[in-house]
Write a protein that binds this ligand. Structure first.
Ligand SMILES: [Zn+2]
Length: 237
């Protein structure tokens, strides 16, 4: 059984199995037991280690979980780096990336023309998707806010990992621009979801009734995000 511990900054990394898997040990004063997780976005494996547990016990635990780790790593969606001739998602549809000459990207039937070198493609796509996401989420937020008689103040687009949107009590909305890759009905649902938080800052029964009143089909869209949301994070722009 091959194992080693190396120190990288403040993190201890343990390697287990063959080919070796890097397991990042994180000491936690509050943890009561070992817990292992794989980051959705980066694939980094981290093992939370209770303060009093020995490194030996942590390594032992990691070894016991090796089969589980390999199974779950294999299930992770493959990362996609956009290239000309490849595809990305836009409004839930696959669009082929083609090299164009115009300054601004041109969306055709099933394809997107983007100018410049391939190494700049990711950055150009990010800008394009963010702009489209802003327009879409702005319009959808205003639409649902009007239905509720509410005002929205500001909309911010980010590349968030753990949430698709958020809302503050003073009417500032935040969305992940990756939503522009999801079907339009999902984008609408997320806007309706956040706008309802202007009235109910929780996920109570009253809150979900409010969502249903302006967006009756919310369950299907919410399930779509649960089942397919990680796919939107595959793309490395
Ligand atoms: Zn919510």
């Amino acid at each position: 059984m091959f194992e080693s511990v190396k120190l990288v900054g403040m993190t201890e990394i343990v390697q287990i199995g063959q080919p070796p898997l890097d397991v990042h040990l994180r000491r936690s004063p509050r943890a009561r037991r070992f817990s292992l997780r794989i980051s959705n976005s980066t694939g980094v494996i981290s093992l939370t280690v209770p303060k009093r547990a020995s490194a030996r016990a942590a390594i032992g635990f990691a070894h016991e979980q090796e089969a589980w780790l390999r199974r779950n790593l294999a299930k992770r969606p493959v990362q996609v780096v956009p290239v000309f001739g490849g595809c990305i998602l836009l409004d839930g549809q696959k669009v082929e990336l083609r090299q164009g000459t115009r300054r601004a990207p041109i969306l055709g039937d099933g394809y997107l023309e983007v100018s410049g070198h391939e190494y700049a493609l990711g950055a150009r796509l990010r800008g394009y998707l963010k702009t489209r996401a802003r327009e879409k989420m702005m319009a959808a937020s205003e639409h649902y806010a009007t239905k509720l008689g509410q005002d929205i103040s500001r909309i911010t687009l980010r590349d968030t990992r753990s949430r698709w949107g958020s809302c503050t009590s003073d009417g500032n909305l935040m969305y992940s621009w990756r939503l522009i890759m999801a079907p339009p009905s999902v984008q609408d649902y997320v806007a309706a979801h956040e706008v309802c938080h202007l009235i109910e800052m929780n996920h109570s029964v009253a809150y979900w009734q409010l969502v249903e009143s302006i967006f009756p089909d919310y369950r299907n869209q919410r399930n779509w995000l649960k089942e397919n949301g990680t796919k939107l994070h595959r793309y490395q722009f």
